[in-house]
Write a protein that binds this ligand. Structure first.
Ligand code: MG
Length: 479
């Protein structure tokens, strides 16, 4: 009802409804734009130190807002990471993580359970117009597409862009592959408008859709979830960006995403919505290192996509809301799950109180009124708790390499490895022997956490068949 009223009337109505309930006044409620890159590494933006990828628009966004140094995705691969961002919950709680398959596939029959409450549902209930543009990967069949999860509209690819490959000579996926090797459908709402999308045009088309959505909803509160398909391999970019970057194809692709973000920020300024729109830019997991120069970089962090080392889950994270967000480099801890709780709080929506929510409200850190309450981060690989960070220390109970040939071997550490991420963000030097108190505290936190995790039906394993080996070889390592 509220969404069809002019913003001012809707605002008055919500202010009246909100009296005495602690709901933020609608006039102060920001629009929310979350730009989610795919497989972008911690080291892939200029403002995070990349020497040859030029990202002037995101660098400016960082300078005008906040750049976080210790911000984590909630999983190291696509599907669980997206489930966590949209629900504010660790994927273990929604059944959206598994060892095989690690992500939903083209034959998966399930998706994010409808009983989960997404950020889109929470904001829609609070009167926001909602759109999902880009990669979904939370259920490919019509009943699991974004409009079943609180989004008013959807435009994008239902899963990863390497899925639905039809023909490709040589090794997957070659440098600069042909767009017609891939058959991922482009979907509007629930209809495949193109059975095989031309991936060279995806970033450009997503951006145009995003711009149209913002223009259409300029007079009412809106939530836009813009989940880019890129820079997930296979890499594609539009004509204008071919050969533009010193970093080659991967750099071209990231530079097009930078340009896209710049167009959205320019539009918000032009529409005078900049002072009432929170824009977040981050990524779902670390770089896909096994593709060499076609994968990104985690900078000084260890490993990449698929594993629980920092390179798998620590992400670039930029926050922009001129006049509200205090420009800073924030060295506190945050997570994509916190976007759920924080946006619900800032937008005057209702935080679910009938389930465990893992996200915390980081708005004090954003607004400069306090610190991020996040002190602990849990690092799962599929359904197993591999590592826990508490304060500056991170303990690894198990380790396994990132996506690639070494990933079938799991190492169980006795005692667990302990890294001081303050002195050693690259996780090189085990300090377990010299800091037994820090390790004991993390072991206690881990045990308590595991007691609070309730087993649920797994969604990724439904209907999954594979002829590839899935068993894991566990090797005990004494230190
Ligand atoms: Mg990904």
């Amino acid at each position: 009802m509220l969404s069809i009223l002019p913003r001012t009337i809707a605002a008055s109505a919500v202010i009246l409804l909100g009296i005495g309930t602690g709901i933020a006044a609608a006039a102060d409620r920001p629009n929310v734009v979350i730009i989610f890159a795919d497989d972008l590494g911690y080291g892939d933006l200029g403002c995070y130190g990349h020497p040859t990828i030029a990202t002037p628009r995101l660098d400016r966004m960082a300078a005008e807002g906040q750049r976080w140094t210790d911000f984590y995705a909630a999983a190291s691969v696509c599907t669980p990471s997206r489930a966590a961002l949209l629900t504010g919950r660790l994927p273990i709680r929604s059944g959206m993580c598994a060892e095989a398959p690690r992500v939903l596939t083209t034959s998966s029959t399930a998706g994010l359970p409808h009983a989960e409450i997404t950020l889109a549902e929470a904001l829609k209930d609070a009167g926001y117009a909602t759109a999902c543009i880009g990669k979904w990967h939370l259920g490919r069949t019509p009943e699991f597409l974004p409009r079943s999860q609180g989004f008013d509209e959807y435009f994008g690819l239902p899963y990863s862009n390497d899925m639905g490959r039809v023909r490709e000579p040589g090794k997957f996926p070659g440098l600069d592959p042909r767009a017609d090797y891939y058959t991922g459908p482009l979907i509007r709402n629930e209809t495949a408008i193109e059975p095989a999308s031309d991936q060279r045009l995806l970033t450009k088309r997503y951006t145009a859709e995003a711009i149209r959505f913002i223009e259409r909803h300029r007079n009412e509160p809106f939530f836009l979830y813009l989940a880019h398909t890129m820079p997930h391999v296979p890499l594609f970019r539009s004509e204008k960006f071919v050969g533009q970057s010193r970093r080659g194809l991967y750099g071209d692709v990231v530079e097009e995403i930078d340009d896209s973000a710049g167009q959205i920020l320019d539009l918000l300024r032009r529409l005078k919505l900049d002072a009432k729109t929170l824009v977040v830019f981050t990524s779902d997991n670390g770089p896909w290192l096994s593709f060499g120069a076609n994968g990104g970089s985690a900078g000084l962090l260890r490993e990449g996509k698929g594993c629980s080392f920092e390179g798998g889950m620590r992400e670039p994270a930029l926050f922009w809301w001129p006049g509200a967000i205090k420009p800073a480099v924030v060295r506190e801890m945050g997570s994509t799950m916190d976007l759920f709780t924080t946006c619900i709080k800032l937008c005057g929506a209702k935080l679910p109180d009938d389930r465990q929510i893992d996200g915390v409200d980081i708005s004090p850190a954003l607004l400069g009124t306090g610190e991020s309450p996040r002190q602990t981060m849990f690092f799962y690989r599929a359904k197993k708790l591999y590592a826990v960070r508490h304060g500056k220390y991170k303990a690894h109970f198990f380790t396994r390499a990132a996506y690639g040939s070494e990933a079938r071997t799991e190492y169980e550490h006795e005692p667990p490895l302990l890294f001081d991420l303050g002195c050693d963000p690259s996780e090189k030097y085990n300090v377990a022997a010299s800091h037994p108190e820090a390790l004991a505290e993390i072991e206690k936190i881990a045990a308590e956490h595991k007691r609070g995790v309730v087993a649920v039906e797994n969604q990724l394993e439904k209907g999954y068949k594979s002829d590839k080996p899935t068993e894991v070889n566990t090797v005990k390592v004494k230190h």
